[in-house]
Design a protein around this ligand. Sequence first.
Ligand SMILES: Nc1ncnc2c1ncn2[C@@H]1O[C@H](COP(=O)(O)OP(=O)(O)OP(=O)(O)O)[C@@H](O)[C@H]1O
Ligand SMILES: Nc1ccn([C@@H]2O[C@H](COP(=O)(O)O)[C@@H](O)[C@H]2O)c(=O)n1
Length: 228
Amino acid sequence: MLVNRHTIKIAIDGPAAAGKSTVAKLVAQELSYIYIDTGAMYRAITLKALAHSIPLDNEAQLTQLLEQTVIKLKQAKEGQQVFLDGEDVTLQIRSQQVTNHVSYIAKLPKIRQEMVNRQQSFAKQGGVVMDGRDIGTYVLPNAEVKIFLVASVDERAKRRFKENRRKGIPSDLEEIKNEIRKRDQIDSSRKVSPLVKAEDAIEIDTTNQSIKQVAELILEEAYHVLKR
Ligand SMILES: Nc1ncnc2c1ncn2[C@@H]1O[C@H](COP(=O)(O)OP(=O)(O)OP(=O)(O)O)[C@@H](O)[C@H]1O
Ligand SMILES: Nc1ccn([C@@H]2O[C@H](COP(=O)(O)O)[C@@H](O)[C@H]2O)c(=O)n1
């Protein structure tokens, strides 16, 4: 066991369902760091925008809504709890409706700017593992460890399908595949901070690797940096 004299920032990016949050949680647990799932923040504002029936291309109205919104991420044993204006929305933000709409809100430049400001201030708390789409490129460009997780669309869809089955959520493999492709396409092609691998990120293809193997690879890199 390494005694850490200093803490580092670990950025984990990648496409939908590549395993980012699963391994980020494990890595954060092992290092006793905080874990921040930035996707949950975009999901939370999407949930609120849908509830207020705000058109998802009305940037001014959505930005105003976000400015009046408190999103809190609370560290919990199972990962992270998400509070939207004081209400626990951890489960609600995973609904299919939110998933199908979130990327439209996430591509708006003013929304992203506000989210990035909030995420950067969370990261000031110390050792952090943050996952998302633009963490290594925009949110934490100085992160000491940057990881870009990928896996084939087929594998990602199968994993999500199995996850839904475990949770008792009815779903269709082809629909999941289409939703993943669509979200990746919007996230990768937006003008502001698109989903792209940072030049100095390490790419890990998780298609044929277990969760444990992937977490170990990231921890190896983290320990390597911490020993320097
Ligand atoms: N290496 C792996 N092998 C097998 N299953 C995995 C692996 N990594 C993650 N999973 C499973 O795949 C599913 C998706 O993982 P996870 O939610 O961590 O992805 P994500 O990248 O955070 O997704 P999103 O971007 O959509 O939030 C989960 O059910 C998780 O348990
Ligand atoms: N840094 C980020 C994180 C997420 N997004 C957008 O939110 C969507 C949901 O993210 P999940 O990780 O919960 O799947 C994602 O598809 C992106 O549209 C983002 O833009 N930047």
